[in-house]
Write a protein that binds this ligand. Structure first.
Ligand SMILES: Nc1ncnc2c1ncn2[C@@H]1O[C@H](COP(=O)(O)OP(=O)(O)O)[C@@H](O)[C@H]1O
Ligand SMILES: [Mg+2]
Length: 665
């Protein structure tokens, strides 16, 4: 039927010789414009209706005399949908100058006639005259240039009543900024066209502006830090948007958190750990304060508490047994042991340094381990072997070092670190607590654990998050700081994200290593600061006076979130079930324990961990949700779980490594 009709038409038209058959066919077809065009448009005095939606355009006639940068942000962040368009027209300075001269003369005449009549000089005219004189001077010198600007705002809504209400709110927001809007009555169509992205100014209502004022009008400074995927960090206080970030998509996945004691650092880190864990990231925590126990056990993790009598042993001499092109595994290990021993032994002079280096190489050699990677899978030596090598060196300085080392072999640390490692990180959520150790042993233990974790982490690739809370304990020692820096620098290669939190910013940043860690961290979070630290912080982060004051006065869990070039004011928010786990408030912890105790009969307490710690260490509290309800890995995490099969040797060729990556890097 369709083809018959066409045939007839074609014949007829061909006879007339005016219209081509193809054009007739096109006339009868639906075009793209037909599909997208609204069914009707109604232009009224005060609004325009396009399809089902109502639009209202305002143009700006009056601007404030003084403006600060980003003064337009309340309009940009206005709580209703709107289109804003700005047209900027450069103007020739000479035209403006002659105009200004005329205006100046007029105003001077007004003032002098007022004086002549014995009247009080109009302050407005006086101010305008001063402005004009100032501007003339700057234009003449070429400091400023001149522009004309038009600014239009179109509000839109599904109903007229809602549009009216939004218009009132917009008008009051604008008046609070001393901006004078006017409705483009009878020109709604022009207004509408001027605010859709056609780049045509159909209203052409302009206002003169100099360069500085124009620059401060630039509207795109309301930062949003929202990525398509990642985890929620908190709320952007400036515009209410969510701060969503995937650390692993940044140039490095490291993060630093600075804030005074009680500002919410550990809380934030716990939330992040929980949320990352849900997406299949392995979590490893070094916990000097013993505050990660509840969360670790609830999530089915392994909580390794170090005490001098603990059954867990770590041998600082462990080697990763992995060969990485261009890296001398033994050399790096010796360097790290050297650093550790400096903390243990105290200050070393150049002779001691040299002896220690020689002794370390010799200790490994005696076990048949050399720089040849093939030898590095052999059983590593113990601290005791180093002690013996030092004693056997028959050098008074070596013997002195051996004596200083004795407490490692025979003293309080011997139980922990002078035996072959009997522990592996098998649980995807593992926390190491060193709270039970004496104060001076804590940094040593932290260093050893960190080294142990680092050795393990390099063995197989997985998406991992390593958390170092209260990092200042370690950062006080230059050698530990250098070690942490080494991890921060190389972490990305091993799919590792390092989080360091500290309350003591000065200690942290006193070494160049601390500063280097900071610059190797894509995410930096500043929570409430103490007055003694604020100057250091503001110098490092180039904070403005306002930001400084903000950081001194913010509440718990609030601060500044820096990622890349942008930073925003953040508020860390937790769901009630997250808060229950993350809080360190004794009252809340007690309430949670009581609630869990009451729930005990209904949920069979299960040992979720694959812990090899004594039964006394296994979770005594039941978990708030049954283990089978533990977050199942998402699609993303499935990709990640395939990672372990990527062996380190693959890593030598970045292309194979990239292919296995789930949209990351
Ligand atoms: N974003 C937050 N929302 C609610 N409570 C918080 C928040 N951040 C911290 N807290 C509470 O403040 C207290 C101190 O937090 P914590 O993380 O231990 O501080 P820090 O580690 O900086 O010393 C805790 O009791 C915690 O529950
Ligand atoms: Mg803390």
């Amino acid at each position: 039927m369709f083809s018959n009709k066409n045939k007839q038409e074609t014949n007829k038209v061909a006879g007339q010789g005016t219209t081509l058959p193809i054009e007739i066919i096109q006339k009868g077809m639906v075009s793209l414009i037909d599909v997208i065009a609204p069914s009707s448009i109604e232009v009224d005095f005060n609004y325009i209706r396009v399809g089902e939606r109502f639009y209202k355009t305002f143009f700006i006639v009056g601007y404030p005399r003084y403006v600060s940068p980003n003064w337009l942000s309340p309009v940009i962040d206005f709580g209703h949908s709107l289109n804003i368009s700005m047209f900027i027209y450069p103007t020739s300075s000479s035209d403006v100058l002659s105009d200004l001269r005329r205006k100046t003369a007029e105003m001077e005449a007004t003032i002098s006639s007022q004086i002549d009549q014995g009247l009080v000089v109009d302050a407005k005219v006086q101010a305008a005259l001063e402005d004009a004189q100032g501007l003339t001077e700057e234009l003449a010198k070429g400091i400023e240039r001149f522009f004309q600007m038009s600014l239009y705002i179109t509000l839109y809504s599904e109903s007229l009543a809602e549009l009216e209400q939004a218009s009132k709110r917009l008008e009051s927001t604008l008046s609070s900024l001393l901006i004078l809007p006017k409705l483009s009555t009878l020109q709604m169509e022009e207004g509408f066209k001027s605010t859709i992205p056609f780049g045509t100014d159909d209203l052409f209502i302009t206002r003169n502006m100099d360069t500085t004022s124009l620059a401060s009008t630039f509207p795109f400074t309301s930062a949003t830090l929202t990525q398509d995927k990642g985890i929620v960090y908190g709320l952007n206080q400036q515009n209410g948007s969510l701060i969503v970030f995937d650390r692993f998509s940044l140039e490095n996945a490291n993060e630093v958190v600075f804030g005074k004691s009680g500002s919410g650092k550990s809380f934030l880190i716990k939330l992040e750990a929980m949320r990352q864990f849900m997406f299949g990231t392995e979590i490893i925590i070094i916990d000097p304060e013993g505050e990660y126990e509840a969360i670790t056990k609830t999530l089915g993790g392994e909580y390794v508490s170090f005490t001098t009598s603990s059954p867990i042993k770590i041998n600082p001499f462990d080697l990763s047994g992995m060969y990485v092109e261009g890296e001398n595994e033994l050399g790096l290990k010796i360097l790290s042991l050297h650093g550790l021993l400096k903390i243990v032994l105290g200050e070393l002079d150049a002779t001691h340094d040299a002896i220690l280096d020689r002794a370390l190489v010799e200790t490994y050699r005696q076990k048949g381990i050399t720089t040849d990677p093939a030898t590095q899978k052999k059983q590593p030596p113990l601290m005791e072997d180093l002690y013996k090598v030092l004693l056997g060196m028959e050098d008074p300085s070596a013997n002195e070092l051996a004596l200083r080392l004795e407490k490692f072999i025979k003293g309080s640390l011997s139980g922990l670190f002078n035996q072959q490692s009997n522990f592996d990180i098998t649980n995807p959520f593992t926390a190491f607590s060193v709270k039970a150790l004496e104060d001076q042993l804590r940094p040593i233990a932290m260093h050893i654990i960190l080294d142990f974790v680092w050795t393990k982490v390099r063995k197989n690739l997985k998406k991992r998050l390593l958390i170092l809370d209260e990092a200042w304990c370690l950062m006080r020692y230059e050698d530990s700081a250098s070690f942490v820096y080494g991890i921060a620098k190389r972490a990305r290669k091993y799919y590792l994200a390092l989080t360091t939190a500290t309350q003591d910013v000065q200690d942290f940043l006193s070494t160049d290593y601390g500063k280097a860690i900071l610059s190797n961290s894509s995410i930096q979070i500043l929570l409430k600061q103490s007055p003694t630290e604020i100057d250091t912080v503001s110098q490092i982060f180039y904070l403005s006076q306002g930001e400084k004051e903000l950081l001194l006065s913010v509440g718990v869990g609030e601060g500044l979130f820096f990622a890349g070039q942008s930073h925003v004011v953040v508020k860390i928010v937790a769901a009630p079930y997250e808060k229950e786990l993350a809080t360190s408030n004794p009252q809340e912890v007690k309430e949670m324990q009581e609630r869990n105790a009451a729930r005990q009969p209904t949920i069979a307490p299960q040992d979720l961990s694959t812990s090899r710690i004594s039964p006394a260490e296994t979770p005594s509290q039941p978990v708030p949700f049954p283990p089978q309800q533990l977050p199942t890995p998402t699609i993303e995490s499935q990709n990640v779980i395939t990672q372990p099969t990527t062996t380190l040797t693959n890593q030598g060729s970045p292309s194979t490594f990239n292919k296995t990556e789930p949209e990351i890097f």
